[in-house]
Design a protein around this ligand. Structure first.
Ligand SMILES: C[C@H](O)[C@@H](O)[C@@H](O)[C@H](O)C(=O)O
Ligand SMILES: [Mg+2]
Length: 436
């Protein structure tokens, strides 16, 4: 058998000037330039794996440095060696004796771990000739379990319990695969109502989205209560009483403030308030959840929930009602598998965070796997969609009637067009030269 030894890793700083038009703006990120640390690994047989982690603007160069620091742990290993003990390899990256001090398993270094491991998963799926979701769906449950690091979560979920969940969900699996291929996975849109958009633009985008069949909408809130009341009332009027509305404050409030502010918006019937306060404040989220439950409003969080240990505690404390996994915030597929399985055990629906650049392309694989091989349920579940920057990908997402259609190309959908990478590389790409 051929070895597929990884002989090279490159990482590039790729940024899109989305802040110029206020795409992606929220109460805390008022001028986001959607960016990636973009990784390519290459084997001795000339095969490539592509990976990325999402970040915003000036932070990208620091993530790139962290990826460079990790690259020595990857180069020289063969794909077979890695996937025959993927748990061990995950630990090698996250528990390196000299590097773990700057984490462990959080912040910049975990974003870098995600970029590197996303490239490894892409390479693995490509070498099997399957899209990543199918690689996962077809994988033996024991093999899947062997990719997960259970350290720090066994008090909430043991390996045996995780295996049991996967084995039980084998029933009806093929039916769910067929259903997904036919109907796709339900999505909601965030791209109508970024905080920096005018009411007029919001109306226009909302009209277009309704015409395209969207039924679930997320609105940015949290900077100014009067503005929020006006915008929520406007969008609720446009979408009518039966479509779904969600609101997202991106960590703007203190705990008490979150409760009073959201109570004022309750008449617009949001399904959830997302990131009401600091992403690290588990007990704060629990207090908000408790206070808002009588109003029928849940708490959603996860895009900045930095590892499985945090998610474990959110679940144990009933501090969230919607788990928003992120393909690049957590330690790649490996750590996301742990969170999907914990969410299932705690009976909390998973509604992934997507958007940015590339996040939709990646996370669709994980949520397809969740439905087919873990949860077997679509109740209260949907995957975020944002309609920006898909044109820069080799295999962009396919949305039909507000559903993600399962990707068909081999890999993890991370590969970007080389021309897009070159023109958007920071600072030397043409796009940035023009802006200087
Ligand atoms: C800066 C980004 O656009 C965020 O606002 C975005 O990820 C957002 O929180 C979301 O839920 O889509
Ligand atoms: Mg959000």
């Amino acid at each position: 058998k051929m070895t597929k030894k990884i002989i090279k890793l490159t990482v590039r700083d790729v940024r899109f000037p989305t802040s110029l038009e206020q795409h992606g703006s929220d109460a805390m990120h008022t001028d986001p330039d959607y960016s990636v640390a973009y990784v390519v690994i290459e084997t001795d047989q000339g095969m490539q794996g592509y990976g990325l982690t999402f970040t915003v603007g000036r932070g990208t160069e620091i993530v790139v440095c962290a990826v460079e620091a990790l690259s020595a742990l990857v180069v020289g290993k063969s794909l077979e060696e890695i996937v025959s003990d993927f748990r061990g390899f995950y630990r090698l990256l996250t528990s390196d004796g000299q590097m773990r001090w700057i984490g462990p398993e959080k912040g910049v270094i975990q974003l870098a771990t995600a970029a590197v491991l996303n490239a490894v998963w892409d390479l693995w799926a490509r070498s099997e000739g399957k899209p990543l979701w199918k690689l996962l769906v077809d994988m033996d449950p024991r093999k899947l379990i062997s990719c997960i690091d259970f350290r720090y979560i066994t008090d909430a979920l043991t390996e045996e319990e995780a295996l049991d969940i996967l084995v039980k969900a084998q029933t009806g699996k093929q039916q769910r695969v067929d259903q997904m291929l036919k109907e796709g996975y339900p999505a909601y849109t965030t791209s109508c109502a970024w905080l920096g958009y005018s009411d007029q633009l919001l109306k226009q985008l909302c009209t277009d989205a309704l015409n395209d069949g969207w039924t679930k909408f997320k609105v940015k809130v949290g900077a100014d209560l009067k503005d929020d009341i006006r915008r929520c009332s406007l969008i609720r009027q446009m979408i009518g009483p039966h479509n779904t509305l969600m609101i997202d404050a991106n960590q703007r409030w203190d705990v008490g403030e979150a409760i009073t502010w959201v109570t004022r918006l309750a008449e617009y019937k949001p399904l959830w308030i997302e990131e009401p306060t600091s992403p690290d404040d588990i007990l704060g989220h629990a207090a908000i959840s408790k206070a808002l439950a009588p109003l029928g409003i849940g708490v959603a969080t996860g895009e900045q929930c930095h590892n499985r240990v945090m998610f474990k505690q959110f679940l144990q404390a009933s501090a969230l009602q919607f788990v928003q996994i992120d393909s690049c915030r957590l330690g790649s597929v490996n750590e996301n598998l742990a969170v999907l399985l914990m969410a299932h055990k705690f009976k909390v629906p998973v509604c992934p965070h997507a958007g940015g650049v590339g996040l939709c392309e990646l996370v669709q694989h994980l949520i397809l796997f969740d439905y087919i091989s873990v949860s077997a349920s679509l109740d209260n579940r949907m995957c975020e969609f944002v309609d920006h920057l898909h044109q820069h990908f080799r295999s962009p997402v396919v949305i039909q009637n507000a559903h993600y259609m399962p990707p068909k190309d081999p890999g993890y959908s991370c590969e970007m067009l080389e021309s897009s990478v070159q023109t958007h590389q920071y600072p030397q790409g043409q796009v940035w030269k023009k802006l200087q």
